[in-house]
Design a protein around this ligand. Structure first.
Ligand code: DP6
Length: 357
C-alpha cells in the first residue's frame, strides 16, 4: 500500500545531518518497457545488480526555518543545472511521503565510477543513491525504523525517480513488478530475488562495450510512453511474465543455454518494440549488429556460454560465467574492440548492492 510509505513529522528538526551512499547500476535480464501513471511498470522485470559501475552521493542536510525544496547539485565537483528539473520533479513526487524534507536544504554531491558521457545511464544508480541518502535522514529522525522498511521505502522512492532505479539497491538479482510466482513481488518497489540461484550465475561477468557514447536520440521515458497504444503491447507484457517464469527455472537449474535464449530474446524484443512503435526508431548502430553476429559465431565455434543483452541504446552488455573470463577478454580484444568508440569497454560483474560509506 502506498500509504505505508507516508512518514510523520519529527518532534524536533536536528540542525544538520550528512551521509554518503554508493549505489550500483543494474542490467535487466527481463526488461521493463512500458509504464502506467505513477511509475507503475506494465510488466515485471528482473536484473543483475552490478558491482563497479556505481554512483556515490553525499547529501548535507541543513535545517531551515521556511518550507519548500532547496537543493544544490554538484556532479564530479561542478554545478550541473541540466539535472535540476529531474531532481526537482523527483522531490515533488516524493514530497507527501517525506513531509520533513521541505524543512531542510540539501547539498547534493554526486560522482560516477564510469566515465561521464559513456552512454551508460546513471539514472538507476544515481536515483538509488539519492533515495538511500533521503532514507538515512528519515532513519536519523525516526531511529526506531526497522531495516526491512528502510530498504523497501528506499526502493519505493528510487522508483519514483526512475523505474529501473528501484532495482539498484540490493543484489545479486532484484525483481520489480507483480508476478504470480514471486510471492513478495510488488509494482511499488524492487525486492531481492529469493527463488534460488545456481552458483554458476553468482560470478557472472558483464563487460559493457561502448559502441556509442553520445546522448540517446530517444529517452527511456519517451520510449515507455510509446508502449501506450502499441500494436504488440499486450503480447509483449504477457511474454515478459512468461519469460520471468522460464528464467526462474533456468536460474535454479543453472541452465546456461536457457539463460542465453531468454536474455538475448528479451534484448531483441525490447528493440523490436522501439522499431514497431509510432513514431518508430532504431537505437542499435551498425556496430551493435556486428558485435551480435560475432558473438553468435564465437558461440558456434566454441563451447562458450557468452551472450549479450542491450539497454535502450547501442552499447552491448556481454554476460558470461567467471570461468570464461580469460577467453572472452581475448575474444573482445581480438574481434570486438574495433567496434567500440575509441576502443572503450568497461569490465563489471554481478554485485551485492548499495553500501553506506
Ligand atoms: C531499457 O528506468 O530508465 O533499461 O522509469 O522512465 O526512468 P524511467 O525509465 P528507465 O527505463 C529503463 C528501461 C530499460 C530496461 C530495464 O532496465 O528494465
Amino acid at each position: 500500500m502506498v500509504n505505508d510509505f507516508i512518514s510523520g513529522l519529527p518532534e524536533a528538526f536536528p540542525e544538520s545531518y550528512e551521509c554518503t551512499w554508493k549505489s550500483p547500476s543494474n542490467i535487466a535480464l527481463v526488461k521493463y518497457w512500458g509504464k502506467r501513471e505513477g511509475q507503475i511498470p506494465a510488466n515485471p522485470s528482473i536484473s543483475f545488480t552490478l558491482d563497479h559501475c556505481a554512483t556515490t552521493t553525499t547529501v548535507k542536510f541543513k535545517a531551515k526555518p521556511d518550507k519548500g525544496f532547496d537543493f544544490q547539485l554538484l556532479l564530479e565537483g561542478s554545478p550541473q543545472p541540466s539535472f535540476h528539473p529531474k531532481i526537482g520533479k523527483f522531490l515533488e513526487r516524493i514530497a507527501s511521503y517525506m513531509p520533513f524534507l521541505e524543512s531542510y536544504s540539501m547539498d547534493i554531491n554526486t560522482s560516477n565510477s564510469f566515465p561521464h558521457s559513456s552512454g551508460i545511464a546513471s539514472s538507476a544508480s544515481g536515483m538509488s543513491a539519492l533515495a538511500l541518502c533521503l532514507m538515512s535522514l528519515e532513519k536519523f529522525l525516526f531511529p526506531e525504523m526497522d531495516d526491512a522498511y528502510f530498504w523497501r521505502k528506499a526502493s519505493f522512492l528510487a522508483r519514483l525517480g526512475s523505474g529501473s532505479a528501484c532495482r539498484s539497491l540490493e543484489g545479486p538479482l532484484v525483481s520489480w513488478g507483480e508476478h504470480r510466482n514471486i510471492p513478495v513481488s510488488s509494482d511499488l518497489y524492487g525486492t531481492p530475488y529469493r527463488g534460488g540461484m545456481h552458483p554458476v550465475f553468482s560470478g557472472y561477468q558483464d563487460t559493457i562495450l561502448l559502441v556509442d557514447k553520445g546522448q540517446k536520440q530517444v529517452s527511456s521515458t519517451v520510449g515507455h510512453g510509446l508502449m501506450h497504444g502499441h500494436p504488440f503491447a499486450d503480447a509483449r507484457f504477457s511474454q515478459a511474465h512468461h519469460n520471468l517464469d522460464e528464467l526462474m527455472k533456468v536460474l535454479t537449474a543453472g541452465d546456461q543455454d536457457g539463460f542465453i535464449r531468454i536474455v538475448e530474446s528479451e534484448a531483441l524484443t525490447l528493440h523490436a518494440m522501439m522499431m514497431s512503435s509510432q513514431p518508430y526508431f532504431i537505437l542499435m548502430k551498425p556496430n551493435t549488429l556486428e558485435i551480435i553476429n560475432r558473438i553468435w559465431k564465437f558461440r558456434e565455434e566454441n563451447t562458450s556460454k557468452l551472450c549479450f543483452t542491450l539497454d535502450a541504446g547501442a552499447n552491448v552488455h556481454l554476460l558470461y560465467p567467471a570461468s570464461e573470463k580469460e577467453e572472452v577478454l581475448k575474444f573482445i580484444e581480438a574481434e570486438l574492440v574495433g567496434y567500440c568508440e575509441h576502443g572503450q569497454y568497461i569490465c563489471d560483474r554481478v554485485g551485492t548492492g548499495a553500501k553506506q560509506l
